[in-house]
Design a protein around this ligand. Structure first.
Ligand SMILES: Nc1ncnc2c1ncn2[C@@H]1O[C@H](COP(=O)(O)OP(=O)(O)OP(=O)(O)O)[C@@H](O)[C@H]1O
Length: 645
C-alpha cells in the first residue's frame, strides 16, 4: 500500500473530501470523466492515465491527476508544468474552469482538490511512480528541476538547447572585404540608433545559428536577402541556399517579399538567391501518418544555408526536428516577430529564445564581433544575456509604418502594455474602434468587407484555361483584402457562431446561397496538413464553380503562386473562414483586418492576441468591442507558456 492510501500525505489537508478523492483511483477516474464531460479536459487527457496504467500499473491517484493535467497543458501549448506554479495558482495555471465557465462556482476546482499539498508531496508521488523516466528506464514522464514533462517534449527541448548551444559556440571566419561590402549594402544614415539591420547581418555572417527578430516592416526580409548575397559572395563555390516557412500561406508571403527585396538589389548580387520557399513539412520530408521526417540527424538536409521565416509559428517539436536535420556545418537563420502569439502546438520557441533581446545583453565577445561594423558605440547594449542573446539581433524601426500610421502606433503601444493605447483610435484614420452595438456594426463591416470578392465571383469567367485561372486568382486576391478575426473558437463570439451568423447575413444580402454545406463563395481554412494534396494547416481556399465543368471546386493558391483546384469531397478537415481565430491568422496579412472581441472577460484576451491581430492589417484595422473596458484588461494581460528553454 502506498503512502497515499495510508493517508499520511493528507494529514494536514483542510478538505477531507478532496483528500479522499486523491486516495481512491475510482473516485479520481470519475472526476476526470466529469471534467471531460464538462469539456474542461479533452477525452484524451482524461484517458491517458488509464492507457498508461494498462502498460504499467500505477496505484497513486495523485500521479494519475498530474498526468492528466500535464496532457491538458500540452494541449494548451505548454511544454511542461512548473510544479511551483501548480502549487501557487492551480486554477489560473490550468485555466480550469475554462474561459467560458470561469464565473460559475464549482466545488471540484483543481485548487480545492490540491489544497494542502506541498512540493514534497508532488515530488514524492512522482519519484515513486513507474511512469517517471529514470536514467535506466524511458518512461512517459520526466521530472527535471521541478518541471514535469511528457518525455517527448522533454527530449525535444533538450535537443533544441543542445543544438543551439553547439551552433552558437563557433565563430565563423569572415571574407576579407566584408566591412566594405556591409558599408555598400547598408549606407550610413543620420539615425541616433545603431543600424540593427547591418549588425544583424554581421552577426549572422559569423554564426551557424542566428535569430533576426522584429515587428512588421522592420526589414527582416530586406536584411536576410543582403545577408544571403554576402554569404554567396564570400563562398568559394555556389552555396545551396534554401528558404522555408511553417505554413503554405507564410511561404507564399515570403516568396513575394523575397522577390521584392531582390528587385531592390543589383542583379549581380542576387543571381544565386532563390525565391522558391518550401513549407517546413515539405523541406523535412513529412512521412504520411508519422511524426518523424525523412530528414533527420542520420539523413541531414542537403544545404549550406537555411532561412526560416515566421519562426514564431514553429512549435517545439518541429524546431527539434529542424535542428536535428541541419548539417553540422550549415548556417540556420530564423526570422520572426517574438511578440506575436506562439505556435498553435506546444512551445513558444521564438519567444523563449528571444527573451531579453530588447536589451541586447551582449557579452564582450559578442560586442567584439559587432563593433567593427557599427558607426555608433554599442556599449549600452552590453550585458550578461543568455547564450541565445549572443545570436539574436532585434530590428527596432518599422519602415512600413511611418509616424502617421495608426496601425504602427497602436501595435507598438499595445506591445509595450500602454493602457492609453485605446486613445489612439481617435487620432488616426486607418484605425477604427467600433464600441457598443456590436452585432449591427459587425454586420455592416463584414458585408462591406466580403461583398467585393463575392461580386467578382459572380462575374462569369471565360471557358479557357487562362481565363479560368485569371478569374479565380482575382477572386482569391479580392478575398485577401479583408478578414474578420476573433479570439475564441466556440460560442456566439467564436469562429463557430460567427461563421454561421455571417453566412446568414451574406445569404440574406443575395451574395451567397448557403443552403448546402458546400456553396459557391464559401471560404475554407485547412485545419490539418494534407500532404497528399500539398495543402497545409492554415491555408485558405475559396469554393468556386469551375467554369469548365460547372462543378464546385475549392481553389487554393500554392506557395509557387499557382492555383490548385480541389474537389470539396477531398477536403475533410476544413472550416468556414469568414471568421478565423487570431492564432490561425498568423503568417497572413490582409489590407483590412477587423478584430472582434467577446463581451465578457476571458483569459484568452491578451496583449499578444491584440498585437498579432493588429499587425495582420496592412492598411486598415477595425476593432469591434462591445465592452471597451475589456481592451484595457487585455492589454494588461500577458500570455505565458511553461517551458524550460
Ligand atoms: N533600411 C531601410 N530603409 C528604408 N526602407 C527599408 C529599409 N529596410 C526595409 N525597408 C522597406 O520596408 C518595407 C518592409 O521591409 P521588409 O519586407 O524587409 O520587412 P519585414 O520585417 O520582412 O516585414 P514583414 O513584417 O512583412 O515580415 C519594404 O518596403 C522595404 O523596402
Amino acid at each position: 500500500m502506498s503512502q497515499y492510501e495510508q493517508g499520511d500525505l493528507f494529514a494536514a489537508a483542510a478538505k477531507p473530501a478532496q483528500a479522499m478523492l486523491l486516495q481512491d483511483l475510482t473516485q479520481l477516474q470519475a472526476l476526470l470523466q466529469r471534467w471531460a464531460q464538462r469539456r474542461w479536459l479533452r477525452a484524451l487527457d482524461a484517458q491517458l492515465p488509464q492507457t498508461l496504467h494498462q502498460l504499467a500499473t500505477e496505484p497513486n491517484a495523485l500521479v494519475w491527476l498530474l498526468t492528466a493535467l500535464l496532457c491538458h497543458q500540452y494541449g494548451r501549448g505548454h511544454s511542461c508544468i512548473l510544479l511551483q506554479d501548480l502549487l501557487d495558482d492551480p486554477d489560473g495555471l490550468l485555466s480550469l474552469p475554462p474561459q467560458n465557465q470561469f464565473l460559475q462556482r464549482f466545488s471540484d476546482r483543481p485548487s480545492q482538490l490540491l489544497s494542502g499539498m506541498g512540493m514534497a508531496d508532488y515530488r514524492q508521488a512522482l519519484q515513486g511512480s513507474r511512469w517517471l523516466s529514470t536514467d535506466a528506464d524511458a518512461a512517459p514522464l520526466v521530472l527535471n528541476d521541478n518541471r514535469l514533462y511528457l518525455r517527448r517534449l522533454y527530449q525535444a527541448e533538450q535537443l533544441v538547447k543542445q543544438q543551439i548551444s553547439q551552433r552558437v559556440a563557433a565563430v565563423l571566419p569572415l571574407a576579407p572585404d566584408v566591412a566594405g561590402q556591409l558599408n555598400r549594402l547598408f549606407p550610413a544614415t543620420a539615425h541616433s540608433e545603431p543600424d540593427w539591420q547591418k549588425l544583424a547581418c554581421a552577426m549572422a555572417l559569423q554564426r551557424r545559428f542566428a535569430i533576426i527578430t522584429g515587428g512588421p516592416g522592420t526589414g527582416k526580409t530586406t536584411t536576410v536577402v543582403k545577408l544571403l548575397a554576402l554569404l554567396q559572395q564570400g563562398a568559394a563555390g555556389k552555396l545551396q541556399i534554401k528558404l522555408a516557412a511553417p505554413t503554405g500561406k507564410a511561404a507564399v508571403r515570403l516568396t513575394e517579399s523575397i522577390s521584392g527585396a531582390l528587385s531592390r538589389l543589383p542583379a549581380e548580387l542576387t543571381a544565386a538567391i532563390p525565391t522558391e520557399v518550401a513549407t517546413l513539412h515539405r523541406l523535412l520530408g513529412a512521412l504520411p501518418n508519422r511524426r518523424s521526417f525523412k530528414h533527420h540527424s542520420d539523413n541531414p538536409l542537403q544545404l549550406d544555408v537555411l532561412v526560416v521565416d515566421e519562426a514564431s509559428m514553429v512549435d517545439l517539436e518541429m524546431m527539434a526536428a529542424l535542428l536535428s536535420a541541419m548539417p553540422a556545418k550549415a548556417q540556420l537563420v530564423l526570422l520572426g516577430d517574438k511578440d506575436q502569439l506562439s505556435s498553435v502546438e506546444a512551445g513558444s520557441v521564438l519567444g523563449d529564445l528571444c527573451r531579453g533581446a530588447d536589451l541586447g545583453g551582449y557579452s564582450a565577445d559578442t560586442l567584439a564581433l559587432l563593433t567593427p561594423y557599427s558607426e555608433l558605440p554599442l556599449a549600452t547594449w552590453q550585458g550578461s544575456g543568455t547564450v541565445l542573446n549572443q545570436a539574436t539581433v532585434m530590428l527596432r524601426h518599422s519602415h512600413r509604418f511611418d509616424a502617421g500610421s495608426g496601425i504602427g502606433q497602436l501595435a507598438a503601444a499595445v506591445n509595450c502594455g500602454d493602457t492609453k493605447a485605446p486613445s489612439l483610435f481617435s487620432q488616426f484614420e486607418d484605425i477604427t474602434l467600433l464600441a457598443g452595438n456590436t452585432p449591427l456594426a459587425l454586420k455592416a463591416t463584414v458585408l462591406a468587407g466580403y461583398r467585393q470578392y463575392l461580386q467578382l465571383m459572380q462575374q462569369s469567367a471565360d471557358n479557357t484555361q487562362s481565363g479560368r485561372e485569371q478569374w479565380a486568382g482575382a477572386v482569391l486576391g479580392s478575398y485577401s483584402q479583408f478578414q474578420l478575426l476573433c479570439a475564441l473558437r466556440s460560442g456566439d463570439w467564436g469562429v463557430e457562431g460567427l461563421n454561421l451568423q455571417i453566412g446568414q447575413w451574406l445569404s440574406s444580402a443575395g451574395l451567397i446561397d448557403a443552403r448546402q454545406h458546400w456553396y459557391a463563395g464559401r471560404p475554407v481554412m485547412m485545419q490539418r496538413n494534407n500532404y497528399g494534396l500539398g495543402l497545409m494547416n492554415g491555408d485558405i481556399g475559396i469554393t468556386l464553380p469551375d467554369p469548365q465543368s460547372g462543378q464546385l471546386r475549392v481553389v487554393f493558391q500554392l506557395s509557387d503562386g499557382t492555383l490548385k483546384w480541389v474537389l470539396p469531397s477531398r477536403l475533410t478537415e476544413v472550416e468556414t473562414a469568414f471568421a478565423i481565430t487570431v492564432h490561425k491568422s498568423q503568417g497572413s496579412e490582409f489590407n483590412h483586418c477587423c478584430l472582434i472581441l467577446p463581451p465578457d472577460n476571458s483569459p484568452i484576451l491578451s496583449r499578444e492576441l491584440l498585437y498579432t491581430g493588429i499587425t495582420r492589417a496592412k492598411q486598415n484595422f477595425t476593432l469591434l468591442c462591445a465592452n471597451p473596458a475589456l481592451l484595457q484588461q487585455a492589454i494588461a494581460r500577458r500570455v505565458s507558456r511553461s517551458s524550460g528553454l
